[in-house]
Design a protein around this ligand. Structure first.
Ligand code: M6R
Length: 605
């Protein structure tokens, strides 16, 4: 939610900031803006609209200078207007600030500042920050001290960056939302996430909560809120900048769907001993899990669906496992103690609901193992252990390749847990699972090359609603199919366990409600029966299955996946549904990579 960037020491400050904002746009695209310090004051340019619209609207002589900050917004306080766009300034324009997070006590701070004559021009919570910094500057404090004093007044979450008139410095701080420093030859960056500056450098320092980074043309330094210096460690990011570009694709989403075979090879590489079939995961020793008897997955959105798939893989291996929607975890009557393994599953590693559930579990004594895609993310830094899904950067707001890599990672994790936890019965056909895993990237490639998803999507694109059904491992796939469809087409899509249809949802069924039935795995015959019941009421049936015969009479359309181990068929079926959503959204001319009202990284609860 919201992306922030800052840079010093680059040649073209505004265009560097705008390029960085384009790379951060997955975090929000309601408005964008930049502020530049050029020795004769701070120049600000900001607008409602996405980054490219704002870039097009830049004046012919954009603000020049060597120090600047920028922001792309996902609105929380106040609608997406020019006025509410960041950067925000104090009334005299001496301080400019960009912010990601929520200032919970902004109302109180605003009233106090208004009582001293300050006038506010936006509806945002952020605007109190430059006012506070200016207030302390007026009180005679040095810029850095004024910045720290302002931070002391804030409650809530923030990654914040500020520039101050006549200072060739960016002051920034992290409390609850991510911030990373990028270090290049003679240039320094600050951003919410590495893709903002990955084209320039992959040497980074991640800030922890409570840390402040000061960046100027001579270097950077870190301190705590009292101003005491902090040692920092430079890390090298392995991601390739090319991976964060669209290449020849029209949309990141299609690129990310198409590159799943590569992502899966990365996910699997080096994790299975070809001799013994045993699984090693990011340094987790054999026996690491022997003390646990319950696994709680906590996750949101697509990651929740992967966790649901994973929980069924664990149950199948005899491990007691439940997938919780992270935002409901605290309200669930689950018993958590030191025999609980809590597994937050989160692509970004920054989802506030998931981080909060992880903290609740840890508080109750659980050990936490984050399953994430992003090195240096908050989940990775806070969890006791981390397993990376290694999907490579995912930019499209709709998660695609990370679902597949999460499912495979959880399959491997299920094996490790089943081996470690007493009383479980690891599958005796695991050699077949491993063989299927090895074939998986090729099987997925086959789906991509042979899929009829485009014609299915076009045939049904004018329907009233879209229903997705499945059982067992087909159910998380049905849920994910419906989420993807509604997220990028804006059409009404729902999912049900196949057996649930007849208990109410059948009332929705008409000839204009195509049903996508996931008929994979051992449970397929019951799903076929349930789909037949819907067809009798007029619904067209799109069958996602692994052979040409299954449901021959029933299917109006068919999306076929290669035969493979039943644990992996759902993953392949999901790829067919990703493609259906993509082609339907494309036909409807939707903003596929930036669906309305959404952002990729949801850092508010
Ligand atoms: O980064 P996370 O995996 O924690 O994100 C969780 C959800 O916000 C995310 O999966 C969301 O549902 C996607 N946009 C779905 O495509």
């Amino acid at each position: 939610m919201c992306g922030i960037i800052g840079c010093v020491g680059t040649d073209e400050t505004v265009s560097t900031l705008m390029d960085g904002l384009s790379n951060l746009e997955y975090r929000g695209y309601d408005s964008a803006g930049v502020a530049v310090q050029n020795g004769s004051g701070i120049k600000t340019f900001k607008r409602a609209g996405n980054v490219s619209e704002v870039r097009d609207a830049l004046p012919d002589d954009p603000p020049s200078g060597t120090v600047g900050i920028g922001h792309t917004r996902w609105s929380t306080h106040g609608p997406p207007t020019d006025q509410n766009a960041h950067p925000h300034t104090d009334p005299e324009g001496r301080v400019a600030v960009v912010h990601n997070g929520v200032i919970e006590n902004y109302d109180k701070l605003r009233s106090q500042l208004e009582a001293t004559g300050n006038q506010f021009v936006s509806d945002t919570d952020t605007e109190v920050i430059p006012h506070l910094i200016a207030h302390y500057l007026d009180g005679g404090l040095e810029p850095e001290t004024a910045f720290r004093r302002a931070l002391e007044r804030l409650e809530g979450s923030y990654a914040v960056a500020a520039i101050i008139e006549e200072e060739e410095t960016i002051l920034s701080a992290r409390h609850g939302t991510p911030l990373v420093v990028g270090i290049d030859d003679g240039a320094f960056f600050l951003a919410s996430d590495v893709p903002a500056f990955l084209e320039r450098t992959s040497d980074v320092v991640y800030l922890e909560d409570g840390e402040i980074a000061r960046v100027d043309p001579d270097g950077f330094s870190m301190m705590d809120i009292k101003g005491d210096p902090i040692e920092s460690e430079i890390e090298h990011i392995e991601w390739d900048a090319k991976e964060t570009g669209k290449g020849s694709y029209d949309h990141y989403m299609l690129k990310e769907i198409d590159t799943q075979p590569t992502a899966l090879r990365q996910t699997i590489e080096g994790r299975i001993d070809p001799e013994t079939g045993s699984v090693s995961l990011d340094g987790l020793e054999a026996g690491a899990f022997e003390d646990y008897d319950q696994v709680d997955f906590v996750a949101c959105g697509t990651s929740y669906h992967a966790a649901l798939y994973g929980s069924k893989l664990l149950q199948d291996a005899g491990v007691e496992a439940t997938a919780y929607r992270a935002s409901e975890y605290g309200a669930s009557s689950n018993l958590v103690d030191d025999s609980t393994l809590a597994i937050p599953v989160t692509q970004s590693g920054e989802t506030a609901d998931t981080l909060s559930a992880m903290a609740e579990a840890a508080e109750a004594g659980a050990t936490t193992v984050a399953v994430t895609n992003v090195m240096g993310s908050t989940a990775a830094r806070r969890a006791d252990e981390t397993v990376f899904i290694r999907a490579g950067p995912e930019i499209g707001v709709a998660a695609t390749k990370t679902f597949s890599s999460q499912v495979v990672t959880l399959l491997l994790l299920a094996r490790r847990l089943a081996e470690d936890i007493d009383g479980t019965e690891p599958r005796d056909d695991f050699d077949e699972v491993l063989a299927a895993l090895e074939r998986l990237p090729d099987d997925l490639q086959y789906v991509l090359e042979s899929s009829d998803a485009r014609s299915v999507a076009h045939d049904y694109v004018d329907s009233e609603a879209y229903l997705f059904i499945g059982r067992h491992l087909g159910f998380p796939v049905a849920k994910e199919g419906a989420l993807k469809f509604k997220e990028i087409t804006y059409e009404h899509a729902e999912s049900f366990t196949s057996g649930r249809l007849k208990h109410g949802p059948l009332a929705l069924v008409t000839p204009s409600t195509p049903i996508f039935a996931i008929a994979t795995g051992e449970e397929r015959s019951k799903t076929l029966t349930n789909a037949t019941e819907a067809k009798s009421r007029g619904a067209p049936i799109v069958l996602v299955t692994d052979d040409e015969e299954t449901g021959a009479e029933l299917a109006d359309k068919r999306l076929t996946v290669p035969e493979t181990h039943e644990l992996l068929e759902g993953l392949l079926a999901n790829v067919q549904l990703q493609l259906v959503s993509y082609y339907a959204a494309n036909r409807l001319d939707r903003e596929i990579d930036k669906p309305r009202n959404l952002a990729k990284s949801v850092t508010v609860e």
